[in-house]
Design a protein around this ligand. Sequence first.
Ligand code: NAD
Length: 252
Amino acid sequence: MGKLDGKVALITGAGSGMGRAAAKLFAEEGAKVAVVDYVEETAKETAEMIKKGGGEAITIKADVSRWDDVDRAVSETVKAFGKLDIMVNNAGVFDNMVPCAEVDDNLWDRIININLKGCFYGCKRSIQEFLKQGKGGVIVNTASVAGIGAMAGGTAYTVSKHGVVGLTRQVACEYAKSGIRVNAVCPGGITTGMTQDLFKDSQFAQLIIGMVPMGEVGKPEDIAKGMLYLASEDSRYVTGTLLTIDGGWRAK
Ligand SMILES: NC(=O)c1ccc[n+]([C@@H]2O[C@H](COP(=O)([O-])OP(=O)(O)OC[C@H]3O[C@@H](n4cnc5c(N)ncnc54)[C@H](O)[C@@H]3O)[C@@H](O)[C@H]2O)c1
């Protein structure tokens, strides 16, 4: 028996990295998965991987920073699978550690619109659906160690992820009585599409690894397992919290 048998999950940013790892793991655990990404090709690859493993998946091309896209993604998921149980707001982009004085409007708007507004849209639209269905629901947001302290990103990224943390806590309290649980994972340094170029720079990689007590970066699957816990009944009494998965980085 899978931990998500009979559930329907929508995962944004599921064409790569931890979103893809979560999509595969959730499907292995019995969920039907809507693979959402603004890169259609990689989203299709994830869906194919799931189908090859015997799971069910659909692909939806959507940009999380656009309300119409998020609205359509949820509607298409419900149309295909009959309902929505789990929303994973995971899509995000990095700012390459740009410090405050060098942040231009384009960078600020891109990072805030995708990482924070996209997460807000995902919360808003999935909650509308959960309330309509009347059976509660689960939201897992991807924040970051950059959401609970400084120097794991530049100014815009750090602000966006602090915003995701605040959003998670606020929305969790607003909808707890409706049976909707809202939590966030806070990954540390994880090898994904987002970081592969950064980690190729051995000086940068050593800088990050030097901050991590366990002395290594993590894998997308490490985060997917945390998302599964927050999405499943195992965490039935958990809401408004942060699950930090960072090899001990933020323990110091
Ligand atoms: N990799 C890390 O070290 C790390 C650490 C902490 C937090 N995070 C967060 O984890 C999440 C996943 O990132 P990842 O590391 O797996 O990176 P990734 O680049 O491998 O995957 C991110 C996916 O999101 C998609 N995406 C980006 N903007 C989008 C948009 N506007 N609409 C729809 N899809 C969009 C990309 O196409 C990509 O497939 C992000 O929110 C990121 O900020 C990453």
